[in-house]
Design a protein around this ligand. Sequence first.
Ligand code: SAJ
Length: 418
Amino acid sequence: MDVVVAGQGYVGLPLAVRAAEVGHHVVGYDVDPDRIKRLTAGDSYVEDVASSRLRAVLDSGSYSATADAAAVAGFDIAVITVPTPLRDGVPDLSYIRSCARTLGTHLRPGATVVLESTTYPGTTEELLLPILEETSGLEGGVDFLAGFSPERIAPGNARWSFEGTPKVVSGIDAKSLSVIKGFYDSIFQTTVPVSGPKVAEMAKLIENVYRFVNISLVNELATLAAPLGVPIWEAIDAAATKPFGFMRFTPGPGVGGHCLPVDPLFLSWKVREDLGVPFRFVELADDVNRRMPDYVVGRLVQALAERHMPVKGARILLLGLTYKYNASDLRNSPSARVAELLVSLGADVRGADPNIPAGEDTPLNVSRVEASAEEVAAADAVVLLMDHTRFDLPMVEKHASYVLDCRNRLSGPNIETL
Ligand code: SAJ
C-alpha cells in the first residue's frame, strides 16, 4: 500500500521502516526539517532503528522522508504518530489537529487514516474525524475509513520486538476495522481487533494507568517502611516470589518519561472534564510519584544532619540523571526536581550520567562530571538515582562516605536505601 506515517519519532520511525521492509511504499512525514535531513542521510536518531535498516529501505526506494506536506498526497493509509503532551495538566492535541488538517487536504476517497498517538477515549471519533471531514469534504465511513491503534513501543526491550508485540486495532466501522487490521497484519505477528476506537484508546490508557498506580503504591510503601524499620526492597522481592497474582514494581526517586507521568493524566483530565468527578487513583498516584524527589531530598538532609553536616555548601553527587535504566532520555526525569531542591538549599550539586553525551546540555542546573573515584570520594553524599550498567558500583561502595541508594544496588556501612 502507499503509506504515510506522520510523525517520525520513537513511534513513527520504527513503524515506517518496518512497513517499508515488509513491502509497503512508505513516506515518512515530519514537520522538523532537521529530522528529515538526518533521515534522508540514513542517520537514525531512534535507538531501535539501526541506521543500516534505514539506509536499506531508502536505497530500495520503499521509504522516503519529507517535510513537504504535498508529498503525502495519494496515500492509501496514513498513520498519525505525533506527540500528545500535557500542558499544565491539560492534554495538548494541537499536533493531532494540525496533522489531521494536513492529511485531510490530501485525503482521497477510499483512503484510510489511523491515529496511534496516546489520547483520551473519544478523540478519534470526536476530534479527528470531524477535522478530516471538514478539510476533505468527504464523509468518514462512507468516502474514507478511520480508526485507532495504540503504540506499545518499549525502547530497548530485548524480550519483545516491535513486530512481536501484539497490536490492538480498531475502526469506526466494520470496513475500517477490516482494512486497518489487514494493514497491521502485514506488519505485526498478532493483531487484536476491538469493537471501536474508544475501546482501543482506553486499552492503552489502562496499560499505563496500571503501571503508574502500582509504581506509586510501592513508592508510598517505601516512604512508610523506612520509619517502620522494614527493608522494603527485601519485602517486595519476597512478595515477588508469589508465582501468580503479583507483578513486581520497585520504588524509585519518581516516575519520569513521556508515557507514564503523562498518559494517565489524559484520562483523569477527561473524567473531570466530562463527568466533573476526580479519577482518584490516578490523581493520588500522581501526587505520590511527584513527591518522591522531595522525599529523596528529605532523606538526604536527614542523613547529612546525622553526620553534623548542613546541606548548605554540602557537595552532593547525583548518579544517573536520565529517567530510565540505561536510557539517554531526560524527559520528566525526577533528577531535575532533586537537583532543583538541593540547589535551592544551597548544596553544591554535581551530576554524572554516562548515557548522556558529554557535550549535550541538560536542563538540570547541575555541573556535569564523570562518575570517577575522585568525584565519589570528594562528595559529602552520593545519591544513586538510576543504576545504569555503565556505573562502577563497587567503586562507589568503596569510595563514598555516604550513599542514598534509590535503586537498592549497593551495600555497606555508609549505604542507605530509599
Ligand atoms: N519506574 C519505577 N518503578 C518501577 C518501574 C518504573 O520507579 O517498578 C519508573 C522508572 O524509573 C521511570 C518511570 O517509572 O522513571 C517509567 O518507567 P517505565 O519502565 O514505565 O518506562 P517508560 O516510561 O519507557 O514506559 C514505556 C511504556 N510503553 C508505552 O507506553 C508504549 C510502558 O507501558 C512500558 O511498559 C515500558 O515502556 C517498558 O516496559 O519499557
